[in-house]
Design a protein. Sequence first.
Length: 325
Amino acid sequence: MYMLSKRDDSSTSPVNRNFYDDVMCGLRQTEKSLPSKYFYDAQGDVLFQQIMHCPEYYLTRCEEEILREQREDLAPCVSLGDDVTLVELGAGDGSKTFHLLQCLVSNYKHVTYHPIDISSHILKHLEADLGNKLPELSIDSYHGDYFEGLAALQQQGHTPKVVLFLGANIGNMPKAEAMQFCIRMRSFLNKGDKVLIGFDLVKNPRIIQAAYDDEAGLTRRFNINLLTRMNRELDADFNEELFEHYCHYDPTSGTCSSYLVSLLEHTVLFPEDEIHFDKGELIHMEVSQKYLPSEIDHMASETGFAPVKTFTDKRGWFVDVLWEA
Ligand code: AVJ
């Protein structure tokens, strides 16, 4: 029977099992939430690409400017002799990193790039694209969890390396968790290894609010897409029409939060569970934390890193900080 075998598949697939457990854990809380790392399925990747190109989402353009215009200053900071080993957590399509990589391959003999990403779709795209544009580059990608990827690399040997964690991905963690993340990341590094981390800075709150509530409704679709994904992969029966996207930036804490709001009281069915929604009840979907420069310095010192250099865009909206382990 079709339905039965479909259920069997989803319950035996370890990926879907983790997804299901994470989803249930979030939806059973009094304040419901969903993990934003599940945004990135094939459709989510496409939507995020579109967000990166929309007029309100300034982050990508700021960081692209830094990597393009300051690559000559960055290159010597990430190289050691003739060899360069770059690891990138959440590499995405690698289009921003391209500028730095291009500069590196034309100046250094052996440049190895280890992109790590949760999305297998985007890694395939990256390999094809960068392999084509930069044939001299050695690419060795890892699909999966960041720390599993770092552990796998650590096993391969002890070449000095630089870990890139760009695009304000660190902003998807609350501040305390980001601190723990940096400590854990440092545990995979040797003395002298470096990290380059992208932070979005605190700025005019309206600019931030607009970046997460774009006119074209892409961020809305990006959030709603997770409901669609749960329907497809977890056999849930979310009605996308019954939810609206809402985003709130709190300038006091620098935290931008995205929610889905249930527009009616209703119950959503999963194969083995049901989740009740009150009218107006929220699902917390994502945090995007914004930082003061002083908070970034504090994070370095609290996590055992030594700040080396800070790279900023012309408007001073975004930074890529280079820290040494
Ligand atoms: C990929 C985590 C950096 O939080 O700015 C964009 C994701 N969410 N619009 C961010 C996102 C809504 C993005 N990061």
